[in-house]
Ligand binder design. Sequence first.
Ligand code: ZN
Length: 784
Amino acid sequence: MQIRKIFPMVGILLISFLHNQTATSQQSQDQTFGHSIVADTLDALDYHIFLSEIDFNAKTIKATTTIHLVPMIEINRITLELKALIIDSVFVEGIRIVNFWQANELLHIPTQVNYLPADTVEVVVYYGGQPFHEAWGGFHFSGNYAFNLGVGFESDPHNLGKAWFPCVDDFQDRATYDVSVRLPNNLEAICGGLLQSVVDEGNGNSIWHWNIAQPIPTYLASVVVGDYAIVADTFQGQQANIPISIYCRPADTSRVAGTFLHLKEILAIYENRFGPYPFDRVGYAGTAIGAMEHVTNIAFPHASITGTLSSEWLLAHELSHMWFGNKVTCAVAGDMWLNEGWATYCHMFFKHDLYNPDIYRQEMNDNHFDVLKNAHITDGSYLALTDVPTEYTYGTTVYDKGATVVHTLMNYLGEDVFFEAIQAYLQQFAYHHAGNDDMRDFLSEHTGIDLTGFFENWVSTPGTPHYSIDSMQVSQVGNQYESTVYLKQKHKGYDFIGNGNIFEITFFGADWQSFTDTVHLDGVSGSSVKTIDFEPVVAFCDYFDKTADATTDQTIVIHETGEVSFPKPGFRLYVDAIGDSALFRMTHHWAAPDSLKTPVQGLRLSPYRYWQVAGIIPETTSLRGRFFYSNSQALDASLILSEQDSVVVLYRPDAAADWQAVPQSREGLWSIGYVYVENLPVGEYTLAVWDKTIVGLSENKMPAVQEKLLIFPNPADDMMNVFTKELSGSTITICDSSGRTTLTLNLSKSFNQLEVSDWKRGIYMISLLDSEGNIMDRKKVILK
Ligand SMILES: [Zn+2]
């Protein structure tokens, strides 16, 4: 299912839902308990639902549902789920039961004899009333149209088969369906499966009868009624010719062809990748709201039948559910990514085969960036893809992070192995449910690749793994180059370090020749040795975007001067001079930078992110950079806490070096703005803040503005911090008020902390000298 862009009201309705949460939570517990009574005792085999009367004015239905079911234990009471509708009468094995009762969305039917697991019991229920719907799910009336949506976002549990028929309402119980509807002759009823008959009763009404032969869970059964036109076609499937029927409002007919232009190609792509189409018909029906992947009868919003390809992703999403969700269903709501994460992956991946791989790669990258930036905000916290809380069953993590994990799994296994194994998995669990462990165990066994580590890192742990290269060592051996890369693992959003990591490293030589191979990493750090035909000068992690780890990157070739924007996120490159072309890669790391090797009082590094400049950049190139900062939740809220925090950018050439200041200037407010960095050598860059309450300096005296020497606090007491960005061969001299030199420092680092508690109180002059003894800057400091 998919609501984004279709039903913008959901946010507002969610608020009113949260407002009522206290009142409903007790009820939910009763429902959950009530549901388990049903699911643990009964297995439904088939339903025959007959909607004998639909009143569009009163918004009511009258219906009869006949269920064949098998007890799972010995029972003397049959309990079914039914929401809002009122029972008229009940028959068990043809015998009328009068002492049934309804409570807490359950229908309890005492039986006259005990039934055993070997028995098949027929239950007939006559009922009616105004069916339930929430903002999205349930049974809706809309003018002369009525339709159901089989799950609700707000309902807990989400399953809403019970909104229109008595049932065993969960993701696991499967049954076949006959659905019949009596309607005036000018209206049509469209349900899942194949149309069996339309019988004219001769009184102005007809009965439409549909059948679904494959067993499906309740939430995938459907009914759509109203004034419909049909656009029909046939798809030549791998195993059979499959009828396609698209039902729409008569006025929408002319827009169907343009909207569904590539439907048969997309079907062929899915069959090729995931195996034969698993049902008897391909069907869509226009509805006021949607979209919902009911088996062979997708509820598709009228507004999405535009005549253009703007909703192609949506029809592809719902269609892919026939494999992911409908053929194999998530075992519980907490594993919903097995339906929705896979369908979200599919609605991007079909473009790989239909259009070209770059479109897919770009779309997955955009999605990945959005997940890293926003999923923990929209879903309230970092969530794993297991045991997702009910309010986030249909959230960003499940859909969008789920899709990035499928993408990563595809590349972890390799495309050929992945698709072959997924077809086997879908066959193994066909018309059944599966959970995360089922998928992990089946794929591990089938491929011979142990996926324990993968599922721990990517599925059962919140947040996202993060990979980086600390350094590379190269030594020549004969004509070849033995290259050792030192790897590091972190994890965004959660304290966890996993094993079984596999990702690609791409090595580049000075002439831009390249070599790509996978590396394996267990634990925090490790190394990998590759023998390469050329001498590598730089190595990149995941150059081809196959692993959705906590980095976003962009690589460009620079030919000319000018500006280049790197929006993922917030960096702009200024090319002031260029000789030979440069290969320039900017990586945004969504993980904390390594901490300062020598802590500096009052200086805090971002706990959240840093950037890395890498590439093959000739000396004739002159680059500047602009780094964006914002104390928004999605970026630097954990760094920039208040107006007392003054933002700077720090730099280090590699992981062996400590962070240091670089020439820079700032534009904007304390809370949002840009830091311009004057030179942009390769290395790492991070945001940091000086805490003014500790360093005691006014805004314009913050280190790392355009000054060469800064001393703080001033006046000083016990401790004096001496800060400069001029390191090469420079010294600092400190003279007392009589002009006597009390201390000379040869500088090896930017930050120098001096213990001055036992110095004589008074005024000192501190000078920064270059290697030839020239004064570059000079500051007066008071010790008090
Ligand atoms: Zn979906």
